[in-house]
Design a protein around this ligand. Sequence first.
Ligand code: ADP
Ligand code: MG
Length: 357
Amino acid sequence: MAQANMEIDGQAPPARFDKGKSPTIAGGEFAKSAPWVEKYRPQSLADVAAHRDIVDTIDRLTNENKLPHLLLYGPPGTGKTSTILALARKLYGAQYHNMILELNASDDRGIEVVRQQIQDFAGARSLSFGAKSFVKLVLLDEADAMTKDAQFALRRVIEKHTKSTRFALICNHVNKIIPALQSRCTRFRFAPLDADHIRERLNYVIKTEGVDVDKGGLAALVRLSNGDMRKALNILQSTQMASHHVTEEAVYLCTGNPMPKDIEQITYWLLNEPFTASFRYISDIKTRKGLALVDIIREVTMFAFKICMPSDVRIKLVNDLADIEYRLSFGCNDKLQLGALISTFTSARLAIVAATK
Ligand SMILES: Nc1ncnc2c1ncn2[C@@H]1O[C@H](COP(=O)(O)OP(=O)(O)O)[C@@H](O)[C@H]1O
Ligand SMILES: [Mg+2]
């Protein structure tokens, strides 16, 4: 036992476990076909980009054997699942899959699962085959999809098995978790990653994969990702597959997002051309470049912030644009909404002219 402990507590085993893992990832068929989001998933807590304070806190609590129940929340692609998996790897080594109970949105998670599967796992005696930790870990990914009944049942289970089991809940919307569960966990919010962290991580992947990316392409990737690292990597990989040279244009083309210069052009038409001509030009560019009206509205709104106009005109304009976007989300007719967009701008134009008189 003492010998086992010595080996367990030393620094060597994690490295050995990791070595066991890396060949499948770094080489072979998997490496070529794997989506980069999986291939470049942080393996250890130290690899997780950004959120240093949160990750360090979790790391320290683990080292001190004081790990609380965790509730990680925040938008997608910010490293929540990766952090917990890295924590599991730290606790149990590379064979962590056998040591944790992992349930995500694709598993049924009604009240029966809480009563049976989770209860059984938490209640079973832990046999840690040489793993560092003796507490078990239950990972409930996308916990906001759990029914209220299941969450109420879980409340009791958490309390009953606190001695032997830690629960890690992950969700996007923390308000969908009942307060009773929230208060039993230590909450950490994963904010969208800032541009520097996204750029740094992308640069690492670009260098490792040897992708040909120019400056504009990288800026476009960072801009379109909106703080979502998963999105950034997915766009990079699909653009690289579509066209070997990753430029700004290639990135926008691949995602179907309107190019900044197209938006500039559309805004110019909206502000200067008569109604029918605007309608014709915009319909034409939409079909030619396969743009969606929602994307155009979103970008044009951002552009409207930059145009100089009286604030009351701007307020009305932005409000009307938001209404159009709302209607589009209900599947209203694209042509009619395009008409509404042009009308909105026409009345804004009239108001601007009236204000200057
Ligand atoms: N903080 C981060 N540091 C490094 N990579 C990240 C980070 N966040 C997300 N990623 C990348 O995005 C992918 C998805 O991350 P994941 O942890 O599953 O996000 P979620 O917050 O949605 O659970 C990971 O495989 C990884 O490649
Ligand atoms: Mg996740």
